[in-house]
Design a protein around this ligand. Structure first.
Ligand SMILES: O=C(O)c1ccccc1NCC(=O)[C@H](O)[C@H](O)COP(=O)(O)O
Length: 217
């Protein structure tokens, strides 16, 4: 039977793939503002992608240690529903961004082992959402979007003050098991719906959302 798992498709860069994600039932669309990423888009591109997204589908800007000037420029031009902080932003910075912009903030926390879990408790007290993601390998160019999973058993039966989303190496083949093991009600994917770095695939997007929501095929 189908479930109501909410899906975020991250790193969208074309109107075609935004439309495909919306048509397939995505609950969140992620736009990456990080020049080193193959998914990076300009503010003008993001505005053009965001303006036609239907109400009810959340448009999320992903930034990495962005300063106020950068956030000002993004938010002046792009109609957004949420900010995703995906760098080493402190708890205080998360609170500051929330207050300054009045938008919900999702803080990404990288997990590789038990020692990473305390940060989820801390950020969960201030962020509106947590993104529980795989920790990037040492020396990685990207702090996220690496297509790597972590050991989901680390967070089985754990809960935080804020709602949370599972990320990291999810694909249509493993997302149902990840949801079953962790109890996640929301999942995020980037590499797993691409056929090359930064190149989304309509069929993979639809297949991922079906699999996350427990639909066959
Ligand atoms: O996706 C990127 O290029 C990226 C760049 C810089 C910081 C974060 C980035 N992605 C974060 C995401 O929200 C991804 O969807 C998440 O890490 C899962 O990625 P993947 O393992 O590729 O599904």
């Amino acid at each position: 039977m189908a479930n109501e798992t909410k899906v975020k498709i991250c790193g969208l860069g074309t109107p075609h793939h935004v439309a495909a994600a919306v048509a397939a039932g995505a609950g969140y669309l992620g736009f990456v503002f990080f020049p080193k990423s193959p998914r990076n888009i300009s503010i003008a591109q993001a505005r053009d992608l965001a303006v036609d997204v239907p109400i009810g589908v959340a448009k999320v800007a992903l930034v990495v240690n962005a300063d106020n000037a950068t956030l000002d420029a993004i938010l002046e031009a792009v109609p957004l529903d949420m900010l995703q902080l995906h760098g080493s932003e402190t708890v205080e910075r998360v609170a500051e961004v929330k207050q300054r912009y009045g938008l919900p903030v999702m803080k990404a926390v990288g997990v590789a082992d038990e020692s990473d879990l305390a940060a989820l408790d801390e950020y969960g007290l201030v962020a509106d959402q947590l993104l529980v993601d795989a920790k990037p390998p040492k020396g990685a160019d990207l702090p996220g979007g690496n297509g790597l999973a972590f050991d989901w058993r680390l967070i089985a039966n754990r809960r935080w003050f804020a709602p949370w989303m599972l990320a990291g190496g999810l694909t249509a083949a493993n997302v149902a098991e990840a949801v079953r093991l962790t109890g996640a009600r929301q999942v995020d994917v980037s590499s797993g719906v691409e056929n090359a770095p930064g190149v989304k695939d309509e069929e993979l997007i639809a297949g991922f959302i079906r699999a996350a929501q427990g639909e066959a095929g």
